[in-house]
Design a protein around this ligand. Structure first.
Ligand code: ATP
Ligand code: MG
Length: 402
């Protein structure tokens, strides 16, 4: 069962039980744009208690705010009671919700294009906020007065840029002006929520344009206060060279490709990224430039090839070369490297060491730091292909110790 089929089943069942139930928000927008929707959300006048009673498997975590997750087969559908939100504290989450009508539920949503409903049984769009008009005009506009709507939840500023990036719509002038005026207040929003929206911008193929908008309106400066205009422009240039699908950490590293590694990691702290993402960014930034070394030894090449994010490193370096003046020339280093890698064929990059610590001690090595160094040198000789058998390794060690 797909997410859409599950949502339609839920809507039919709610109708049969006498409730109003509609597809809502992003999926209606995407359907009208003939884009594939990420998820299908249902909005209804049934209260959470009633939704829970009606369906066998539900998750009730958000029930207080009017949201119940209905589980069908292997998919989850968010079923939300029509609600208005009140008592925004400091541009964060609403302190309370009230259950209301579909039209009031539409007006609490962020943008007109996100504020529509669809009745799949009647095949009818229900549009209280002139969303269809803005879809035709390819415009992102807040529902109501932009300044007020942003002050309820400043994350909406970043969402405006996110949707503009994803669907290529312009942000309507008054909405844009309000973003420019309020950009600094994005710091009232948690880093985790910022990271999610920033992630959508960076993984989209339109990422360079999206980040340019963030710079232009001041959101980039508010999120990364020490990133200079020059560093950001260079980052955008590198991002514009990326093709197709990339993941978040990779794109972040590209954005910071003209910054010191430590500086970049410090600027990213605000986003509270996962350990994996931080490590990924760190690896890419720390190893910048290494692939341009024509004389990289075979052992170093094998070591770097074995790294989990080698492919990203290669792609980032390619983008950096292309973004740099005269860089097309220096792409030849990467072309050569690629040939060298192909010639290696299907070899083992991280073979088991021919001798272990015990073997070395038996041969007369003394335990301590020098043992580690000896083991390391032997391993390099092994990766270089200078020693290939255990017997050769023993000879190599004996000679070294003598
Ligand atoms: P996507 O296609 O990426 O899921 P979406 O438009 O569905 O985008 P969601 O974050 O899934 O966005 O939210 C679903 C709907 O909830 C939105 O379309 C919008 O109507 C409403 N919404 C979400 N976040 C906010 C917000 N911060 N303020 C007001 N309304 C919001
Ligand atoms: Mg959605």
């Amino acid at each position: 069962m797909t997410n859409r089929e599950a949502a339609l089943y839920i809507i039919k069942k709610l109708h049969k039980s006498g409730y109003e139930a509609l597809l809502a928000g992003g999926c209606v927008r995407d359907m009208l744009l003939r884009r594939r929707a990420v998820d299908y959300d249902v909005a209804t006048n049934a209260h959470p208690k009633e939704v829970i009673k009606l369906f066998r498997r539900t998750l009730k975590v958000g029930a207080k705010f009017g949201v119940v997750i209905v589980l069908m087969d292997k998919v989850q559908v968010e079923v939300a009671t029509f609600r208005s939100e009140a008592g925004y504290v400091d541009g964060r989450r609403p302190s309370s919700v009230q259950f209301t009508s579909a039209s009031e539920d539409a007006s609490r949503r962020d943008f007109t294009i996100n504020g529509m409903f669809y009745n799949p049984l009647k095949k009818e769009v229900i549009d209280y906020v002139h969303g269809q008009k803005d879809l035709k005009r390819k415009t992102i506009r807040t529902i109501g007065i932009a300044d007020e709507r942003f002050s309820e939840d400043y994350l909406r500023m970043l969402r405006a840029v996110r949707f503009s990036t994803q669907i290529g719509f312009k942000i309507e002038p008054a909405t844009w002006k309000a973003i420019c005026n309020n950009a600094k207040k994005i710091n009232k929003i948690s880093g985790e929520r910022i990271a999610i929206e920033l992630g959508y911008i960076l993984i989209n193929t339109n990422r360079a344009a999206g980040i340019s908008m963030l710079v232009e309106c001041g959101l980039a400066k508010a999120i990364f206060p020490n990133l200079t205009a020059a560093q950001a422009s260079y980052g955008i240039l590198v991002l514009s060279q990326l093709r197709g699908k990339v993941d978040f950490a990779f794109a972040m590293a590209c954005l910071f490709s003209n910054c010191e590694t430590e500086f970049a990691l410090e600027e990213c702290e605000i986003l509270k990224l996962s350990r994996n993402d931080n490590k990924h960014i760190q690896f890419l930034l720390e190893n910048r430039g290494k692939l341009l070394d024509y004389e990289m030894s075979l052992s170093n090449l094998k070591k770097i090839l074995a790294k989990q994010h080698f492919h990203d490193l290669f792609e980032m370096q390619k983008a950096i070369q292309k973004a740099t003046i005269g860089g097309r020339k220096s792409i030849s280093a990467l072309i050569k490297l690629n040939r060298r890698i192909k010639l290696l064929g299907d070899i083992e990059l991280q073979p088991k060491p021919l001798l272990n610590g015990h073997d070395l001690i038996k041969l007369g090595a003394v335990s301590g730091p020098s043992l580690g160094r000896l083991a390391n040198e032997l391993y390099v000789a092994q990766l270089e292909g200078h020693v290939t058998t255990k017997e050769q390794a023993i000879e190599w060690v004996k000679l070294r110790l003598a």
